[in-house]
Design a protein around this ligand. Structure first.
Ligand code: AMP
Length: 283
């Protein structure tokens, strides 16, 4: 595995790979690699002959009061995990080479970002859309894998690729969970053991929704309220949002129609740690 830090060098390598008719797959991460990230690498390897993994803690997608400076950066460990997973190139640039002095261009996706993470984290998706566009130009992939863990982000990227005529196939990867149902996340290290236990209420809420819908309940707003009550009555936990949405537009839906597909979006705090999760649901 080759480690690259300069955008120009990564671009030159990607261009050469393309000239040699190699299929390039890219997986973008902020590092602190875990099983979720590695499942994305595995999925990319099933389609692409060459896999580029990017590690970049993107400053422009963090809000002023968020965890940019304390975000974990175990680079040596990440490089070892990437190598063991069979990654071909690890692209890990410095912020100064991605956003040099006088940098002034951004990419914004307007409608799908209106609510939920977009509303609660102003500027977040502008930062995401901009860095994803830049990393696409640097790594020149044919395919790229993103996790359903960040479902709204995945919807933004699908929109971005269509709207800007990027010839890249976007593949969504299922959420990897711990045995207790908690979605694996780099931010789970912030949880104390008590907060980690309490956080399992999030997956219990998802299971509750799945059961209620299997029992033919069509009042999605009522199910969301039930989950909200489950979370609010768990010590140390409070909800941020619980909502069923149309899976493509991310517009809220109150009543289920038979055979249609929805997504349940959940965000909550366990102590001070914010957790998001979601599940695709077919009525
Ligand atoms: P991050 O490093 O948190 O920015 O995540 C990088 C990529 O990994 C994104 O596409 C995430 O959606 C994906 N990802 C993070 N956690 C998981 C998980 N538990 N299961 C599947 N994909 C994940």
């Amino acid at each position: 595995m080759q480690i690259i830090t300069e955008p120009g060098q990564m671009q030159a390598i990607a261009e050469k790979l393309r000239l040699n008719r190699q299929c390039i797959g890219v997986v973008m991460t902020m590092g602190a690699l875990h099983e979720g990230h590695l499942s994305l690498v595995k999925l990319a390897q099933q389609t692409a002959g060459i896999v580029i993994l990017t590690i970049f803690v993107n400053p422009s997608q963090f809000g002023a009061n968020e965890d940019l400076h304390k975000y974990p950066r175990p680079f040596e460990q990440d490089a070892a995990l990437a190598k063991a997973a069979g990654v071909d190139y690890l692209f890990a640039p410095e912020a100064s080479s991605i956003y040099p002095e006088n940098y002034q261009t951004t990419v914004e996706c307007s409608t799908v970002t209106k609510r939920f993470e977009g509303e609660l984290r102003p500027g977040h998706f502008k930062g995401v859309a901009t860095i994803v566009t830049k990393l696409f130009h640097i790594t020149k992939p044919h395919i790229s894998v993103f996790g359903e863990k960040d479902a709204q982000q995945l919807a933004v990227i699908r929109r971005l690729v269509i709207d800007l005529n990027m010839d890249i196939k976007i593949i969504g990867a299922p959420i990897v969970r711990e045995d207790n149902g908690l979605a694996v996340s780099s931010r789970n290290i912030y949880l104390s053991s008590q907060e980690r236990n309490a956080a399992t209420i999030l997956y219990k809420g998802i299971c509750h929704a799945t059961r209620r819908i299997a029992d033919h309940e069509t009042d999605l707003a009522a199910i969301a309220t039930e989950i909200e009550q489950m979370i609010q009555s768990t010590p140390g936990c409070r909800t941020d949002y619980i909502c069923f949405v149309d899976d493509k537009t991310f517009e809220p839906v109150e009543t289920a129609e038979s055979e249609k597909e929805y997504r349940l979006l959940l965000a909550m705090y366990s102590g001070t740690v914010r957790l998001i999760d979601n599940m695709k649901i077919r009525a």
